[in-house]
Design a protein. Structure first.
Length: 74
């Protein structure tokens, strides 16, 4: 009897882990596709290429700091 309970418990835990893993994979793929679409839109629609985008991403802290200092200084 206890081995039967152990068997069903293992099946339930395995199913929960599998379902969680599928949710993670689905979310990851969805996010990757959205990012790819956004990058493609920026490239085709506005002529923004990857080096420009990456440089701007790395410059975001400086840009935010400059913006906030302008807002609060005057």
């Amino acid at each position: 009897m206890s081995q039967l309970m152990l068997f069903f418990g293992a099946i339930i835990v395995s199913w929960l882990v599998f379902a969680w893993l599928m949710n993670v994979v689905k979310t990851t793929l969805s996010t990757a596709l959205m990012l790819a679409a956004l990058i493609m839109l920026l490239q085709v629609g506005f002529g923004i290429d990857m080096p420009m985008l990456i440089d701007t991403i790395f410059a975001l802290p400086r840009i935010l700091f400059d913006l906030l200092s302008q807002i609060f200084s005057g």
